[in-house]
Design a protein. Structure first.
Length: 152
């Protein structure tokens, strides 16, 4: 199984990678740190699964560079790209935020998951709340990966 992990924060990316190696030891894990690098990786070699952070910079952040405009919904941009070019890859959103600001309101994760499922029914496979200090997300990830493997 080939997995693309799209995450810009090193500690979270390392933690998720470590968990992936436990639950999918034979998986080939590719990394991307921004919307642009995720799109490039998907174009180069379509993975079997995409794990997406929701909040991503536009471009990879390099020393002394901001990485472009931060996108609170950068993960959605990656899903839109896949839809636009009819690339059907199961995608799981893993976010450390419990809610997202939109139009002066807060969107809770359950509502966001509903919106993502309606907007991206061919690619969106689930949303996980990530918390480095509280376990449970690992089991959710394992379950969603098994579900995805069963449908591909």
């Amino acid at each position: 199984m080939q997995i693309l992990l799209v995450e810009d924060e090193d500690p979270k990316r390392n933690h998720i990678t470590s968990v992936l190696r436990q639950i999918q030891p034979d998986a080939e894990i590719q990394l991307a740190r921004s919307v642009r690098s995720a799109v490039d990786r998907i174009k180069e070699r379509t993975p079997d699964l995409v794990l997406l952070d929701m909040s991503l910079p536009t471009f990879d952040v390099k020393p002394g560079e901001p990485g472009g405009r931060p996108q609170g919904f950068g993960g959605i941009e990656v899903l839109r790209y896949m839809d636009r070019f009819k690339i059907v890859v199961p995608s799981i959103v893993i976010t450390a935020y419990e809610a997202f600001p939109k139009e002066g309101r807060q969107i809770q994760l359950a509502a966001l998951a509903d919106q993502l499922l309606k907007a991206h029914p061919n690619t969106f496979s689930g949303l996980i709340f990530y918390n480095a200090l509280i376990g449970g997300w690992e089991r959710e990830l394992s379950g969603l990966i098994e579900k995805v493997k069963g449908t591909t």
